[in-house]
Write a protein that binds this ligand. Sequence first.
Ligand SMILES: Cc1cc2nc3c(=O)[nH]c(=O)nc-3n(C[C@H](O)[C@H](O)[C@H](O)COP(=O)(O)OP(=O)(O)OC[C@H]3O[C@@H](n4cnc5c(N)ncnc54)[C@H](O)[C@@H]3O)c2cc1C
Length: 240
Amino acid sequence: MWVQGEAENHGTTFSNNTSVIGGHLEGNCMNVYISESKNLRNWDGVSPLQPELTLIPKLVVNSAGLSAPALAKRFIGLDNVFIPPAYYARGCYFSLANTKVAPFKHLIYPIPEDGGLGVHVTLDLDGQIKFGPDVEWIDGIDDTLSFLNRFDYSVNANRAERFYPEIRKYYPDLRDGSLQPSYAGIRPKLSGPRQSPIDFVIQGDDTHGVPGLVNLFGIESPGLTSSMAIAEYVAAKFLR
Ligand SMILES: Cc1cc2nc3c(=O)[nH]c(=O)nc-3n(C[C@H](O)[C@H](O)[C@H](O)COP(=O)(O)OP(=O)(O)OC[C@H]3O[C@@H](n4cnc5c(N)ncnc54)[C@H](O)[C@@H]3O)c2cc1C
């Protein structure tokens, strides 16, 4: 909240329930088409979306997370060869049920696994322990589903079976039946299963040649921790 307050004090306007639905390059500026998000709810994915507003900012930063590659494809004037293929990996967390005394006082990170950091231990601010996230590659997401953020964030309770042996490598006292589904997140990845990991892509006109547009692709963990540094880098390099 303090970041939002700080930004507003410096003239930022936040617009909730508002979607960027596309754009086109005109002169040296990317014109972005804006619509109320509720207009996308029943969209068939085919018919043209009508903007309610067109903005002409000095700099557009496409930081749409999971939707960033699909949104970039809707910018007329940006060559698709610069938009990397998108992969998605769900990460589920399980928490410890019926635990009166937390068995850990600090975070525990095992050796990373393919696609993620491994099932590690996190302590919430209220002391609640959770294990995760695992890595579950998601197939069948096309550009429309990605653009509309139609992802399944449910936690399949059966995945707990894979957690027990992983957690017992560093917590052998874990009791059967003590894990309960918590929540899931989805990673916006630029490499698929068994491929080498790809770093964040921060892509400006020096790469794609479109003035006034920066794309942020593959901002998975630790993207939150890095967010201020990414913002400073983008502003210093591309805001002229
Ligand atoms: C399971 C899991 C655990 C993680 N743990 C950590 C961690 O411990 N530490 C850490 O640093 N990072 C962690 N991350 C990564 C972190 O969550 C991301 O790196 C970070 O959220 C990326 O920020 P972002 O702004 O690029 O994207 P997002 O946070 O995804 O934000 C994108 C925003 O764009 C909006 N949007 C999408 N499309 C449009 C559109 N067309 N128009 C307007 N708005 C749009 C979305 O609604 C959303 O609000 C974790 C991620 C996962 C999945």
